[in-house]
Design a protein around this ligand. Structure first.
Ligand SMILES: Cc1cc2nc3c(=O)[nH]c(=O)nc-3n(C[C@H](O)[C@H](O)[C@H](O)COP(=O)(O)O)c2cc1C
Length: 352
């Protein structure tokens, strides 16, 4: 089967406050085929909020999935209708977020304790959407101290009855008491083997593994056992990781050499986007460049480059000018290796 007929083969995880439209546009420039997800949007926000802010995206971001947070089948069905109107290709229901705010709303990871409700929610969305777009579920392998495989197996089995056939599994438990969402992405141990077992038990379902995957070699290893891999933090912090994904995992083209020219070209394309978003919506460049800060990671002068882009005193300066300063700082550092040399003078001079 062609890899491109496997839409869930590789994706970047939904990440609140991180995978906004600007971040996704940047990721899309690096990989044409990798599936992208929005941050979680609650049904409440869609029923009462600013739709443009929550749902608008650039057509270039496709293939794109909207992640919903909610547990009322009717609200989810109404949100699903909106997602179709806006042109999303998938709706993903969040059954993995452990935050207290989400628990108060009785959705996210605590939905794993209510598989029948998730099944009914999926069905309500499917009834509205027919075969127009796919409904998928992202969940954990368990909640609190429930470590039994049967728990996640029964969850998947029940939810599949509602018409969900794609399951994205963050391979650790969610501890609903006493851990912050951040700790909940580190502390409960990863158990990828449970996700492999799910795939064996439900060969007809598409099973995607998520959690702690950081290298191309690990992706290859996982793809031998499951249908897809979702990468979160590593893709965000080290976006160059994605440079060879189209060639390596989607069978498209030849992997680029990740050198200075490649990074500069990417940056130029982002500058064009920054200028377009500023002209269209008045978006400050800093809302976009905060997602780019990992671009030069590991290269000489990367820290100086990041510091210029993070310098709030430069906020009113045009982005191209800031880009010029950032590179001057990077090259000055790279040339003489002295982290304190020249760059502050360059920035100060620009500000004076
Ligand atoms: C800053 C941040 C925000 C996140 N927000 C969401 C979210 O909105 N919805 C969701 O399903 N998971 C969310 N997650 C969890 C990720 O989607 C992913 O499951 C988790 O980071 C594990 O994958 P990783 O080890 O590859 O990062 C978030 C993770 C991070 C780091």
């Amino acid at each position: 089967m062609s890899t491109r007929s496997q839409p869930w083969r590789l994706s970047v995880a939904p990440m609140m406050d991180w995978t906004d439209r600007h971040c996704r546009y940047f990721h899309r420039l690096i990989s044409r085929h990798t599936r992208l997800y929005t941050e979680m949007v609650t049904t409440g926000a869609l029923m009462h909020g600013d739709l443009l802010r929550h749902l608008d995206f650039d057509a270039a971001e496709q293939p794109l999935a909207l992640q919903l947070g909610g547990s009322e089948p009717d609200d989810l069905a109404r949100s699903a209708r909106l997602a179709r109107q806006w042109g999303y290709q998938e709706i993903n229901l969040n059954c993995g977020c452990p935050s207290e705010r989400v628990q108060r709303g009785a959705f996210g990871a605590c939905l794993m304790a209510e598989p029948a409700l998730v099944r009914d929610s999926v069905k309500a969305m499917r009834d509205v959407l027919g075969s127009d777009l796919t409904v998928t579920v992202k969940h954990r392998i368990g909640i609190d101290r429930v470590e039994r495989y049967e728990f996640v197996r029964d969850f998947v089995g029940t939810v599949a009855e509602g018409g969900c056939d794609v399951f994205i599994v963050h391979a650790r438990n969610a501890w609903l008491q006493g851990l912050s969402p951040k700790e909940n992405r580190e502390l409960p141990p990863l158990r990828h083997e449970l996700v492999h077992t799910l795939k064996q038990e439900f060969p007809q379902l598409t099973v995607v593994v998520n959690g702690g995957i950081t290298t191309g070699a690990q992706i290859t290893e996982q793809l031998a056992r499951v249908d897809g891999v979702m990468v979160g933090r590593e893709a965000y912090h080290h976006p160059c990781l994605m440079a060879d994904w189209d060639a390596r995992f989607w069978g498209d083209g030849i992997a680029p050499e990740v050198d200075d020219d490649w990074r500069m070209d990417l940056e130029q394309r982002m500058l064009a986007y920054i200028e377009r978003m500023h002209a269209l919506q008045g978006t400050p460049w800093s809302h976009i460049t905060r997602h780019l800060l990992g671009l030069w990671n590991g290269q000489p002068g990367a820290r100086r480059w990041r510091q210029v882009w993070s310098n709030h005193r430069l906020k009113l300066m045009p982005a191209r000018e800031v880009a010029r300063l950032a590179h001057a700082a990077r090259l000055a550092h790279a040339a003489d290796g002295d982290p304190m040399a020249r760059d502050p003078i360059t920035v100060e001079a620009a500000l004076s």
